[in-house]
Design a protein around this ligand. Structure first.
Ligand SMILES: Cc1cc2nc3c(=O)[nH]c(=O)nc-3n(C[C@H](O)[C@H](O)[C@H](O)COP(=O)(O)O)c2cc1C
Length: 243
Protein backbone atom coordinates (compact mmCIF):
# COMPACT_ATOMS: atom_id res chain seq x y z
CA UNK A 1 0.00 0.00 0.00
CA UNK A 2 1.56 3.32 -1.00
CA UNK A 3 0.87 6.64 0.62
CA UNK A 4 2.35 9.79 -0.82
CA UNK A 5 3.15 12.51 1.63
CA UNK A 6 2.19 15.79 0.02
CA UNK A 7 1.47 19.18 1.44
CA UNK A 8 -1.91 18.91 3.06
CA UNK A 9 -4.08 21.87 4.00
CA UNK A 10 -2.75 23.10 7.33
CA UNK A 11 -4.55 21.57 10.28
CA UNK A 12 -6.49 24.14 12.30
CA UNK A 13 -3.99 26.53 13.90
CA UNK A 14 -5.67 26.36 17.31
CA UNK A 15 -6.53 22.88 18.52
CA UNK A 16 -10.22 22.08 18.28
CA UNK A 17 -12.14 21.67 21.50
CA UNK A 18 -14.33 18.59 21.80
CA UNK A 19 -17.29 20.91 21.30
CA UNK A 20 -15.73 22.35 18.11
CA UNK A 21 -15.13 18.85 16.78
CA UNK A 22 -18.71 17.82 17.49
CA UNK A 23 -20.16 20.99 16.01
CA UNK A 24 -18.00 20.99 12.89
CA UNK A 25 -18.35 17.29 12.03
CA UNK A 26 -20.67 16.75 9.13
CA UNK A 27 -20.89 14.32 6.27
CA UNK A 28 -18.69 15.61 3.47
CA UNK A 29 -19.55 14.31 0.00
CA UNK A 30 -16.88 15.97 -2.15
CA UNK A 31 -13.18 15.81 -1.36
CA UNK A 32 -9.97 17.35 -2.68
CA UNK A 33 -7.50 14.85 -4.20
CA UNK A 34 -4.88 15.91 -1.60
CA UNK A 35 -3.48 12.67 -0.13
CA UNK A 36 -3.60 11.94 3.57
CA UNK A 37 -0.28 10.53 4.82
CA UNK A 38 -0.44 6.98 6.15
CA UNK A 39 1.04 8.18 9.47
CA UNK A 40 -1.97 10.49 9.88
CA UNK A 41 -4.45 7.70 9.14
CA UNK A 42 -2.65 5.46 11.64
CA UNK A 43 -2.78 8.17 14.32
CA UNK A 44 -6.51 8.74 13.75
CA UNK A 45 -7.15 5.00 13.99
CA UNK A 46 -5.14 4.81 17.22
CA UNK A 47 -7.25 7.65 18.63
CA UNK A 48 -10.49 5.98 17.52
CA UNK A 49 -9.32 2.79 19.22
CA UNK A 50 -9.45 4.70 22.53
CA UNK A 51 -13.23 4.18 22.28
CA UNK A 52 -15.00 2.31 25.01
CA UNK A 53 -16.04 -1.26 24.24
CA UNK A 54 -17.72 -4.13 26.03
CA UNK A 55 -15.14 -5.31 28.63
CA UNK A 56 -12.47 -3.76 26.39
CA UNK A 57 -13.11 -6.40 23.68
CA UNK A 58 -12.17 -3.89 20.92
CA UNK A 59 -14.04 -5.94 18.31
CA UNK A 60 -13.47 -3.49 15.43
CA UNK A 61 -11.22 -3.99 12.38
CA UNK A 62 -10.61 -1.63 9.50
CA UNK A 63 -9.55 -2.07 5.89
CA UNK A 64 -7.93 1.09 4.53
CA UNK A 65 -7.80 1.59 0.77
CA UNK A 66 -5.85 4.28 -1.04
CA UNK A 67 -4.38 4.81 -4.51
CA UNK A 68 -4.57 1.85 -6.89
CA UNK A 69 -6.20 -0.38 -4.23
CA UNK A 70 -9.00 2.14 -3.82
CA UNK A 71 -9.44 2.54 -7.57
CA UNK A 72 -9.67 -1.22 -7.96
CA UNK A 73 -12.28 -1.51 -5.18
CA UNK A 74 -14.32 1.35 -6.67
CA UNK A 75 -14.25 -0.36 -10.07
CA UNK A 76 -15.43 -3.65 -8.53
CA UNK A 77 -18.27 -1.91 -6.64
CA UNK A 78 -19.39 0.05 -9.70
CA UNK A 79 -19.31 -3.10 -11.81
CA UNK A 80 -21.40 -4.95 -9.24
CA UNK A 81 -23.84 -2.02 -9.05
CA UNK A 82 -24.11 -1.86 -12.83
CA UNK A 83 -24.63 -5.62 -13.23
CA UNK A 84 -26.80 -5.78 -10.09
CA UNK A 85 -24.65 -8.66 -8.87
CA UNK A 86 -22.96 -9.30 -5.56
CA UNK A 87 -25.66 -7.55 -3.56
CA UNK A 88 -26.02 -8.45 0.10
CA UNK A 89 -25.45 -7.11 3.58
CA UNK A 90 -24.09 -8.89 6.65
CA UNK A 91 -26.80 -7.38 8.82
CA UNK A 92 -30.11 -5.56 8.35
CA UNK A 93 -28.78 -2.02 8.54
CA UNK A 94 -32.18 -0.44 7.90
CA UNK A 95 -35.78 -1.32 7.04
CA UNK A 96 -36.81 -1.60 3.40
CA UNK A 97 -38.19 1.57 1.78
CA UNK A 98 -41.78 1.23 3.08
CA UNK A 99 -40.77 -0.11 6.48
CA UNK A 100 -39.88 3.24 8.01
CA UNK A 101 -42.06 4.62 10.81
CA UNK A 102 -42.63 8.15 12.00
CA UNK A 103 -40.87 10.32 12.97
CA UNK A 104 -38.00 8.74 11.03
CA UNK A 105 -39.91 8.53 7.76
CA UNK A 106 -40.43 12.32 7.71
CA UNK A 107 -36.89 13.10 8.82
CA UNK A 108 -35.53 10.88 6.05
CA UNK A 109 -37.78 12.56 3.49
CA UNK A 110 -36.61 16.01 4.61
CA UNK A 111 -32.98 14.88 4.41
CA UNK A 112 -33.51 13.49 0.90
CA UNK A 113 -35.10 16.78 -0.20
CA UNK A 114 -32.22 18.82 1.26
CA UNK A 115 -29.65 16.64 -0.48
CA UNK A 116 -31.21 16.01 -3.86
CA UNK A 117 -33.55 18.98 -4.47
CA UNK A 118 -32.03 21.85 -2.47
CA UNK A 119 -28.31 21.03 -2.73
CA UNK A 120 -28.04 19.21 -6.05
CA UNK A 121 -31.09 20.62 -7.84
CA UNK A 122 -32.31 17.11 -8.75
CA UNK A 123 -36.06 16.56 -9.11
CA UNK A 124 -37.68 13.72 -7.15
CA UNK A 125 -38.61 11.90 -10.37
CA UNK A 126 -35.15 12.21 -11.95
CA UNK A 127 -34.01 8.72 -10.99
CA UNK A 128 -31.07 8.85 -13.42
CA UNK A 129 -29.54 11.91 -11.76
CA UNK A 130 -30.21 10.49 -8.29
CA UNK A 131 -28.48 7.28 -9.29
CA UNK A 132 -25.51 9.21 -10.66
CA UNK A 133 -25.10 10.86 -7.28
CA UNK A 134 -25.59 7.57 -5.45
CA UNK A 135 -22.82 5.94 -7.48
CA UNK A 136 -20.34 8.51 -6.11
CA UNK A 137 -20.54 6.61 -2.84
CA UNK A 138 -18.53 3.81 -4.45
CA UNK A 139 -15.66 6.20 -5.12
CA UNK A 140 -15.85 7.34 -1.49
CA UNK A 141 -16.91 10.72 -2.91
CA UNK A 142 -13.43 11.27 -4.34
CA UNK A 143 -11.73 11.02 -0.93
CA UNK A 144 -8.12 9.81 -1.09
CA UNK A 145 -8.83 7.31 1.71
CA UNK A 146 -11.63 4.76 1.86
CA UNK A 147 -12.16 2.79 5.02
CA UNK A 148 -14.27 -0.33 5.44
CA UNK A 149 -15.18 -0.85 9.09
CA UNK A 150 -15.89 -4.38 10.26
CA UNK A 151 -16.58 -5.87 13.67
CA UNK A 152 -16.65 -9.29 15.24
CA UNK A 153 -19.77 -11.35 14.50
CA UNK A 154 -19.77 -12.53 18.13
CA UNK A 155 -21.17 -11.15 20.35
CA UNK A 156 -23.02 -9.37 17.57
CA UNK A 157 -25.03 -6.72 19.42
CA UNK A 158 -22.27 -5.32 21.61
CA UNK A 159 -19.75 -5.60 18.78
CA UNK A 160 -22.03 -3.43 16.62
CA UNK A 161 -22.47 -0.84 19.37
CA UNK A 162 -18.70 -0.78 19.93
CA UNK A 163 -18.06 -0.34 16.20
CA UNK A 164 -20.47 2.63 16.22
CA UNK A 165 -18.45 4.26 18.98
CA UNK A 166 -15.25 3.64 17.01
CA UNK A 167 -16.82 5.21 13.92
CA UNK A 168 -17.85 8.39 15.74
CA UNK A 169 -14.47 8.69 17.47
CA UNK A 170 -12.70 8.34 14.12
CA UNK A 171 -14.83 11.06 12.56
CA UNK A 172 -14.20 13.43 15.48
CA UNK A 173 -10.48 12.66 15.57
CA UNK A 174 -10.33 13.51 11.86
CA UNK A 175 -11.74 16.97 12.59
CA UNK A 176 -8.77 17.60 14.90
CA UNK A 177 -6.47 17.38 11.84
CA UNK A 178 -8.71 19.50 9.62
CA UNK A 179 -9.94 16.34 7.89
CA UNK A 180 -13.50 15.40 7.07
CA UNK A 181 -15.41 12.17 6.70
CA UNK A 182 -18.59 10.61 5.42
CA UNK A 183 -19.91 7.42 6.98
CA UNK A 184 -21.25 5.20 4.20
CA UNK A 185 -23.72 2.37 4.61
CA UNK A 186 -24.26 2.36 0.84
CA UNK A 187 -21.04 0.46 0.22
CA UNK A 188 -22.19 -2.46 2.39
CA UNK A 189 -25.00 -3.12 -0.10
CA UNK A 190 -22.26 -5.07 -1.88
CA UNK A 191 -20.70 -6.79 1.12
CA UNK A 192 -19.81 -10.00 -0.80
CA UNK A 193 -17.78 -7.83 -3.20
CA UNK A 194 -16.04 -6.08 -0.28
CA UNK A 195 -15.36 -9.42 1.39
CA UNK A 196 -13.86 -10.97 -1.75
CA UNK A 197 -11.86 -7.92 -2.73
CA UNK A 198 -10.41 -7.11 0.70
CA UNK A 199 -10.15 -10.73 1.91
CA UNK A 200 -12.36 -9.99 4.91
CA UNK A 201 -12.65 -13.15 7.02
CA UNK A 202 -16.11 -14.66 7.58
CA UNK A 203 -16.03 -14.01 11.32
CA UNK A 204 -15.99 -10.27 10.61
CA UNK A 205 -19.30 -8.49 10.03
CA UNK A 206 -19.04 -5.62 7.55
CA UNK A 207 -20.45 -2.52 9.29
CA UNK A 208 -20.00 0.44 6.94
CA UNK A 209 -17.61 2.45 4.82
CA UNK A 210 -16.02 5.79 5.69
CA UNK A 211 -14.61 8.35 3.28
CA UNK A 212 -11.70 10.33 4.74
CA UNK A 213 -9.94 13.34 3.30
CA UNK A 214 -9.91 17.12 2.91
CA UNK A 215 -13.28 18.64 2.06
CA UNK A 216 -13.61 20.49 -1.22
CA UNK A 217 -14.82 23.83 0.14
CA UNK A 218 -16.10 25.00 -3.25
CA UNK A 219 -18.32 22.00 -3.98
CA UNK A 220 -22.04 22.61 -3.62
CA UNK A 221 -22.55 19.20 -2.00
CA UNK A 222 -20.62 20.44 1.00
CA UNK A 223 -23.07 23.31 1.60
CA UNK A 224 -25.56 20.85 3.05
CA UNK A 225 -26.19 21.31 6.77
CA UNK A 226 -28.56 19.03 8.64
CA UNK A 227 -30.79 20.18 11.53
CA UNK A 228 -31.21 18.46 14.89
CA UNK A 229 -34.21 18.06 17.13
CA UNK A 230 -34.08 20.04 20.39
CA UNK A 231 -32.93 18.29 23.57
CA UNK A 232 -36.46 18.48 24.99
CA UNK A 233 -37.70 16.19 22.22
CA UNK A 234 -35.45 13.27 23.20
CA UNK A 235 -34.38 13.77 26.83
CA UNK A 236 -36.48 12.97 29.87
CA UNK A 237 -35.14 14.26 33.17
CA UNK A 238 -36.19 12.37 36.27
CA UNK A 239 -35.49 14.71 39.13
CA UNK A 240 -36.11 14.84 42.80
CA UNK A 241 -39.25 16.91 43.43
CA UNK A 242 -37.27 18.95 45.99
CA UNK A 243 -34.52 19.93 43.47
C1 LIG B 1 -23.91 4.46 9.69
C2 LIG B 1 -24.15 5.60 8.71
C3 LIG B 1 -24.24 5.33 7.36
C4 LIG B 1 -24.39 6.38 6.44
N1 LIG B 1 -24.39 6.08 5.10
C5 LIG B 1 -24.36 7.10 4.21
C6 LIG B 1 -24.18 6.81 2.82
O1 LIG B 1 -24.09 5.66 2.40
N2 LIG B 1 -24.10 7.85 1.96
C7 LIG B 1 -24.21 9.16 2.38
O2 LIG B 1 -24.12 10.06 1.55
N3 LIG B 1 -24.40 9.46 3.69
C8 LIG B 1 -24.46 8.47 4.62
N4 LIG B 1 -24.59 8.74 5.95
C9 LIG B 1 -24.62 10.14 6.39
C10 LIG B 1 -25.99 10.59 6.92
O3 LIG B 1 -26.85 10.87 5.84
C11 LIG B 1 -25.75 11.84 7.79
O4 LIG B 1 -24.96 11.47 8.89
C12 LIG B 1 -27.01 12.49 8.28
O5 LIG B 1 -27.80 12.96 7.21
C13 LIG B 1 -26.69 13.67 9.22
O6 LIG B 1 -25.88 14.61 8.54
P1 LIG B 1 -24.42 15.01 9.03
O7 LIG B 1 -23.59 13.75 9.11
O8 LIG B 1 -23.91 15.94 7.95
O9 LIG B 1 -24.53 15.66 10.37
C14 LIG B 1 -24.51 7.72 6.89
C15 LIG B 1 -24.49 7.96 8.28
C16 LIG B 1 -24.31 6.93 9.17
C17 LIG B 1 -24.26 7.23 10.65
Amino acid sequence: MNHTSATAPTPTATPLTVEDALRSRRSVRAFLPTPVPRSTVERLLALAARSASNSNCQPWQVHVVTGAAKRSLTAALLRAHGDDEGRGRDYAYQPEQDGWREPFRSRRRRFGESLYRDTLGIRADDTGARLDHHRRNYDFFGAPVGIVLTTSRHPRQSALVDAGLFLQALMLAARGDGLDTCPQASVIDFSPVLRRHLLIPDDQLIVCGVALGYADPAHRLNRLRTPREPVGSFATFHEDEAD
